[in-house]
Design a protein around this ligand. Structure first.
Ligand code: BT5
Length: 247
């Protein structure tokens, strides 16, 4: 694997051809050593126990997917809740630069034509957040998924991981900067959202169900849902898109 370009973007990059979960491995490193630099990264083309949210699994085709985890230690605490959405924007940026329009499904999916191409998992560790991104290069056996090769793009690991990391670093540097433009970011999150403007059904981790219209993403990343009587801001939930409000 020729990862020289990628290495030049990062303070430290660990490449493993196969790993249980890049998030678990990097979290373990971070918890062992408080001195890991911001943007220390672990990348693999195959996970044997890739994780989604809430103990779900993340599938990967051996050798034909990107599993990337990056340690973020400079994002100010009030902005940490925005990390998954901003990471999804970075994936979207990368696809946009290759001529493909993607949308962000709140809170952590990147979709192309309603099919999931990338999923994001951010976890708190000693000294920061481990941000994990899974990106399908080749088709996975799920009818809700798509991949880089199905979009007719260059599916080489080297090229796609460099595009991804370049955009991710740009976005995360913005999110960490003193002169961060919160209003501009929230406007972008709203305009690129597949969820905002839809009638949705949300299931909260407590099992509670909320249905209504997703009216916007708030400054802390929460999704505002209007059920016709009141508005509720959700911080964690699984969302089903029922239909566009204009339909
Ligand atoms: C996610 O969870 O989408 C977060 C996925 C994060 C994966 C990265 S890879 C690098 C790092 N290391 C890890 O161990 N994880 C992170 P969630 O929103 O819970 O979605 C999980 C659901 O997505 C599953 O239940 C499937 O329905 C679907 N799914 C699983 N694998 C998929 C894939 N490869 N492509 C599209 N959908 C998938």
């Amino acid at each position: 694997m020729q990862l020289t370009n990628l290495e030049s973007l990062l303070p430290r990059l660990i490449y493993l051809p196969s790993v249980s979960s890049t998030n678990s491995e990097l979290a373990q490193l971070a918890n062992q050593s408080a001195a890991l630099e911001n943007f220390t990264s672990l990348i693999s083309s195959h996970q044997t126990a890739g994780r989604g949210r809430l103990e779900r699994s993340w599938e990967s085709v051996p050798g034909s997917s990107i599993a990337l985890s990056v340690l973020l230690s400079r994002v100010p605490a009030p902005r940490v809740s925005l990390i998954p959405l901003v990471a999804a924007l970075a994936v979207r940026d990368s696809l946009q630069q290759q001529g493909v329009t993607a949308q962000v499904k709140w809170p952590n999916d990147v979709l192309v034509d309603d099919l999931k191409i990338s999923g994001i998992l951010a976890e708190l560790v000693t000294g920061g957040v481990v941000l994990g991104i899974g990106l399908n290069l080749a088709p996975v056996a799920l009818d809700t998924a798509t991949s880089i090769s199905q979009l007719g793009l260059d599916d080489s690991f080297e090229y796609q991981s460099e595009m991804l990391v370049r955009n991710l670093i740009t976005r995360m540097k913005q999110l960490s900067a003193n002169d961060f433009d919160l209003a501009g970011l929230i406007a972008q999150l709203n305009s690129s959202s597949a969820t905002v403007g839809q009638k949705i059904a949300a299931e909260l981790p407590t099992g509670e169900k909320v249905t209504g219209i997703a009216v916007g993403i708030e400054a802390d990343g929460r999704l505002l849902v209007d059920n016709g009587v009141s508005r509720q801001a959700l911080s964690v939930a699984d969302i089903i898109h029922l239909r566009k409000v204009s339909d």
